[in-house]
Design a binder for this molecule. Structure first.
Ligand code: RB5
Length: 150
């Protein structure tokens, strides 16, 4: 898979561990992140990365800021993007399996590189379930996206 990876300055400390975890699974990293701890505005990273996923140029995305919160809020403004902030493996698996999330967010100031690598692995090795009730709920989410009603 092509995995879009993006970070701001606060996410910079996790960059290496996340890129390594992606490559260790045999996936390609498409890099939207900054390679410095010089301050930048996280929405500037979110926009091109999420558009690449929404347009089918990348399969899944991983975004890292200070807490993972700003990245998740901004990413979820883009139609077709379902971003989940997960900082332990169970949530990362559920985000994929039940919610069909296509973007994982984490915080460079809230999780260490070892656990972050394991969370990335959990996210990338889990596929969305085909169970009817979850597919139905995902469809209801998509309806809110387009019409504001479930
Ligand atoms: C930057 O200081 C920080 O606010 C940003 O990385 C992110 O955590 C926002 O949600």
């Amino acid at each position: 898979m092509k995995i879009a990876m993006g970070n701001d300055h606060a996410g910079f400390p996790l960059r290496e561990a996340i890129c390594e975890a992606i490559k260790a699974l045999g996936h390609e990293v498409v890099d939207f992140g900054i390679q410095t701890e010089e301050a930048c505005d996280y929405p500037q990273v979110v926009a091109p990365l999420t558009h690449a996923i929404a347009q089918g140029e990348c399969d899944l995305g991983i975004l890292v800021c200070g807490t993972g919160i700003g990245m998740a809020i901004a990413a979820n403004k883009v139609r077709g993007i379902y971003a989940a902030r997960c900082e332990e493996c169970f949530s990362a698996r559920m985000a994929r399996e039940h919610n069909a999330a296509n973007v994982l967010t984490m915080g460079g100031r809230t999780i260490g590189p070892g656990l972050a690598g394991e969370v990335v692995q959990a996210f990338l090795t889990t596929t969305p379930t085909t169970e009817e009730r979850h597919v139905r709920r995902q469809e209801q989410v998509r309806r809110i996206e387009t019409s504001q009603t479930a």
